[in-house]
Design a protein around this ligand. Sequence first.
Ligand code: HEC
Ligand code: HEC
Length: 358
Amino acid sequence: MRIETNEPGSMSVAGLIVSLLLLTLSSSASADEHGKNLFLENCAVCHGSSGNGGVGVPLALPEFIDNVDDAYLRKTIHYGRPGRIMPSFSVLNDSQVTAIIAYMRSWTGNKPPVYSADHIVGDTEKGKAIFQQRCSACHGANGEGGRGTGVTFSRPRDLPVLAPALNNTGFLGSASDSMIRETLIKGRKGTPMVSFLEQGLSKKDINNVVAYVRTLEHHPGAKAMKQAAAEPPYLIAESPNSLEKTIQAVKDAVLNANMRLIRVQNLDQGLVDADQENKKQVIVYSCGFNFLNEALKVDPRVGLFLPCRVTIVEHKGKVLVMTVNPKRLSAVFNNNELERLCEQMHQTYTDILEESTL
Ligand code: HEC
Ligand code: HEC
């Protein structure tokens, strides 16, 4: 609801009080709803509508939610897990993230723990030896996480099989040493991650493992993913030619790249009446069928970005040719095999952009 501000004199005092009451009531009622709705919109597709897990790990398990602090959740939502499936939600503002966290806390109703930000001192060499014995089978030899996408049709959606990547900048940038230690001490009941105190590690061993996990930040795999995440989302080239000439050049370049032309349409086709379409924003759809088949076999989610799209726009006297940046895609999907294909697609797009803007 809205309070009229243009005519303050016209509202009675009683009316004002009622309005303010309604405003507080409706905003407190909607704070919960707001967080829930944001979670449903942004997170449920992977984590399940009540946080019970799916492609993403279950978040509603008490052993998870009651053992992580708000800072960890806030940073995880902000950074995502570059190179894994978990996207970065840097588009959500602070109050939206606060609302989501409040909703997540409502699953158990418990207060979050408070962790010290101090680093835990340990023997990283000893920690590494323990890691290789006790952790690498699930988390990978270098903490790169369970392999594959976790997307299979046979896997029950509420079973988390995929161990998270620990050499991940999103994870290491979000988790304090104390939180990692707590996870090793308590484990996450209801998941394959067990308590390593119960498994016979001493607290000293656990400190050594924590110190080792912290060093994974410097692993080359972590660096490669950081680089991929830092790639710009789009590839853009400016054409010296007219819009019509550039569209033709894109079509030619697509054919030269051994792809089939599917169709050319205005960007807003279907969104506005045909005669209202903006003829200065055009998409050229194309497809390399061998590539498509290969990519879909590796990861069906690639379909989201296919067929290939090259967008040509005339804006403020400039003609621009644009595509998504496939190198960025390899950071979005957790799939090593996809990296090679994204690299290949990046080369094709770069060639098309260069050739059509000569
Ligand atoms: C049997 C497989 C398995 C083993 C062995 C294992 N983990 Fe895990 N670990 C998991 C899974 C699965 C999760 C995700 C749990 C969840 O859904 O919250 C996890 C979660 C974690 C987390 C939290 C990560 C995050 O993103 O919140 C840390 C830290 C971790 N493990 C460290 C270790 C270390 C260190 C060891 C060895 C001492 C180890 N794990 C052994 C499977 C395993
Ligand atoms: C496209 C799928 C996807 C979406 C959407 C998604 N996540 Fe995730 N999320 C994951 C996966 C997968 C992981 C495990 C990371 C790994 O495998 O390394 C994860 C991990 C997490 C973790 C860390 C869990 C742990 O064990 O420490 C949190 C917290 C989290 N997500 C919260 C959210 C929230 C909140 C949203 C919505 C704003 C969201 N996620 C949206 C897939 C997703």
